[in-house]
Design a protein around this ligand. Structure first.
Ligand SMILES: [Zn+2]
Length: 108
């Protein structure tokens, strides 16, 4: 083996080590990216669960999104659409509205 062959062998070993190091880094970065994607997806689903729980809590407490209490509920006839419902809001002003009409009138 000549000196030149020895240099070529050493260079090849360094080069193959370099490429394996590059592939190791690529794999490592891929794993980190995968973990970050999984963490962000988990955070997103947690946030959605919190929003759904908050909405359910508000519905249970019967308060609007503004925080104002909803008027008392009872079975009755809606003054707006003139249909019978199991749940009718009895407004302090004296009118009676079904949940659909109530939301439609109070959304604006
Ligand atoms: Zn109605």
């Amino acid at each position: 083996m000549s000196l030149e062959d020895a240099f070529i062998t050493i260079f090849r070993q360094i080069a193959s080590g370099f490429w394996s190091a590059i592939w190791f880094l690529v794999g490592l970065l891929g794993c980190i990216a995968l973990v970050l994607v999984i963490i962000s997806l988990l955070r997103l689903s947690k946030r959605r669960t919190q929003i759904a729980l908050e909405r359910r809590r508000r519905e249970k407490l019967e308060i609007t999104l503004d925080g104002a209490p909803l008027p008392p509920l009872a079975r009755g006839l809606c003054d707006n659409c003139h249909e019978f419902f199991d749940k009718i809001y009895f407004l302090p002003a004296g009118s009676k509205l079904c949940p659909t009409c109530y939301r439609a009138l109070h959304a604006t």
